[in-house]
Write a protein that binds this ligand. Structure first.
Ligand code: MTE
Ligand code: MO
Length: 577
């Protein structure tokens, strides 16, 4: 087929204006550290420091213990405890703690360590949590960052905070790109481990530990709680069955919290959320993010209580169960537990330095693991549309404004002389003037923006569908990708760009927008032209577009990762989740 010509229309060799990033985090050109504050919860208009919980728990626990001890002197309560000692002993487990269970317990602990740490790191990129669909400053219920300053431009990147390297992975500020690879890769492994666990649970007698089979679990749980609180612990029969309280908390953890974590995690991604229609309007991204966090809080609470009781309630016996698979008081469990603990601690300590040093490797490994799922999600046509009254009162701004003289001149003339150049592997390379773009059939859409950092906002966008541009420019059969070049530079210099598949440009809601909320797009949101691509995260939507180029491959652009933030911040190139 040779009835097309390959053209190099772009007058300026834009690919030469791209910069090459390091393959590791270069701390002196990265965002400077910035501390947040101790987490706070909003009650009405007041922010309460969560550290108050510590004295509050101590002050409440002492009378609670005294009260529980008093209750146990009452004959009726004693009778109740005799009748419901705690055990759910109608179901006896004969297989103890088999090897598969012990291995899965270890993998679970190992994977969750990375998942939790990387999750906290992701949260630190937008250290605020909301229930409502938009992310209006002041409407959050939880935060570990100050008020949003009103006297200057405060981008969402400005809002990110540093956390300690032993806590987050990799700890440095605005490292959501790298943290996501840890979070998602280990999520995948954790889900596989969990699925195998479910299967083995129900094909053995082990499910009877976790699943209550009659109502007596509730009085038994109450009785156990009372016994623990009075500090006279119930008799332990963990080897053969769990007590009511154990059964309920394990059940909640395994069958409610874990699936909820997966679902609310997935629902934060634009392609999935936008696929779910009305359901995603009820459990909007911010609500999903909040619930995801509450599930984390449950896990942390569970881990704390679980570990405390394992050690306080017969350490050797319990370690023998879970690490040696025997029910006695030998040292076998501890002898296995100690090297396991050493492995966990070493992995814990290495995760952050390794990520900072081998960032490109972390990105590529994560991409290899997670991309298959992303590529599926990318095929879905985004279909959640909103109405005028859903438009967010506040829409965060992100990125670095264009600073060139060329752009300033265009801006001074209200972009009258702006021309969008469309070239590369197309049959009809050409430029579109600003007036011409506006005279083309206009599409309007009210959609939700999902920034990788965690905030979202609904806005109405007006502009030219990318399909119209494709129809006019006619990509050649060789063209596979579209590169969007910005007038603006990225955070570390070199112009901002991003690469999309042509397939993704054919979605009905892929738009070159020149209007926002019924008014001409302003410069902070990307004037004269910015991309809307509703099944992708925000950073894929280049603002201040100066040129569109069709290519066969993007390996030669920048670091070859398919975009500025892909090159410099180790983001993924396919980002519908
Ligand atoms: N040229 C350019 N485009 C960009 C960015 C940028 O830094 N430079 N930031 C991206 C990111 S991370 C997001 S979330 C959106 C933000 O769009 P908004 O400022 O209109 O909210 O723009 C995207 N487009
Ligand atoms: Mo973003």
């Amino acid at each position: 087929m040779n009835n097309y010509r390959q053209t190099q229309l772009l007058q300026k060799p834009l690919e030469k204006s791209l910069s090459i990033a390091e393959n590791h985090v270069k701390l002196n050109s990265w965002m400077p550290p910035q501390n947040g504050i101790v987490p706070r919860i909003r009650v009405g208009r007041r922010w309460i420091n969560i550290l108050w919980a510590i004295p509050a728990i101590v002050v409440l626990l002492i009378p609670a213990i005294a009260f529980a001890q008093h209750l146990r002197t009452i004959p009726a309560v004693q009778e109740f405890i005799l009748r419901y000692p705690g055990d759910t002993s109608s179901r006896t487990i004969y297989s103890g703690f088999p090897l598969w269970l012990r291995l899965q317990h270890f993998f679970n602990l190992f994977f969750m360590m990375f998942i939790i740490r990387a999750g906290i790191q992701i949260l630190a990129d937008h250290p605020r949590l909301y229930w409502r669909r938009d992310s209006t400053p002041g409407s959050e219920w939880f935060r570990f960052q100050h008020d949003v300053p009103r006297d200057r431009i405060w981008t969402s990147k400005d809002d990110s905070v540093s956390i300690p390297k032993w806590l987050g992975i990799p700890g440095i500020r605005h490292s959501v790109g790298l943290a996501r690879w840890w979070h998602f890769s280990f999520d995948l492994l954790w889900v596989i481990n969990g699925a195998i666990f479910y299967v083995l649970l129900f094909t053995s007698d082990q499910w009877q530990r976790l699943v209550p089979t009659d109502w007596s679990v509730f009085p038994n749980a109450l009785s156990t709680a009372l016994q623990y609180l009075s500090l006279r612990f119930p008799v332990d029969h963990t080897w053969t069955n769990y007590n009511g309280l154990q059964q309920l908390t394990y059940f909640i953890t395994v069958f409610i919290a874990a699936p909820l974590a997966v679902v609310t995690g997935l629902m934060q991604g634009p392609a999935i959320s936008n696929k779910l229609g009305w359901f995603a309007k009820i459990i909007n991204r911010q609500a999903a993010r909040t619930i995801h966090f509450l599930v984390l809080s449950w896990f942390l609470f569970f881990i704390f209580v679980h570990v405390t009781l394992v050690f306080a309630n017969g350490m050797r016996q319990n370690l023998n169960h879970m690490f040696a698979g025997v029910d006695n008081a030998s040292w076998a469990g501890l002898l296995i537990f100690i090297p396991v603990l050493v492995v966990v601690v070493i992995a814990w300590l290495l995760a952050s330095p390794f990520t900072l040093k081998h960032s490109r490797l972390v990105q590529k490994a994560g991409q290899a693991l997670v991309n298959p799922i992303k590529i599926i999600a990318e095929q879905w046509e985004p279909n959640t549309q909103y109405t005028e009254k859903d438009i967010s009162p506040y829409f965060w701004v992100n990125g670095t404004l264009p600073a060139s003289d060329e752009f300033r001149t265009l801006e001074e003339d209200n972009f009258m002389n702006y021309r969008l150049s469309v070239g590369g592997l197309v049959m009809n390379p050409r430029e579109f003037s600003y007036a011409e773009l506006k005279s083309m059939p206009k599409q309007e859409q009210i959609t939700k923006h999902f920034c990788i950092q965690g905030w979202s906002g609904v806005a109405k966008w007006g502009g030219v569908p990318m399909r119209s541009i494709l129809d006019i420019a006619k990509p050649t059969p060789e063209a596979r990708y579209v590169v969007f070049y910005s007038f603006a530079e990225g955070a570390e210099g070199g112009i901002y760009y991003d690469v999309h598949t042509i397939q993704n440009m054919k979605h009905a809601l892929t738009l070159l927008a020149y209007e926002m909320n019924g008014a001409p797009l302003n410069v902070s949101h990307g004037a004269p032209l910015r991309l809307r691509c509703e099944n992708q995260l925000g950073f894929k939507m280049v603002k201040w577009i100066q040129a569109v180029e069709f290519v066969h491959d993007f390996a030669h652009l920048g670091n070859g990762q398919g975009g500025y933030n892909e090159d410099h911040e180790f983001y993924g190139n396919r980002m519908p989740i």
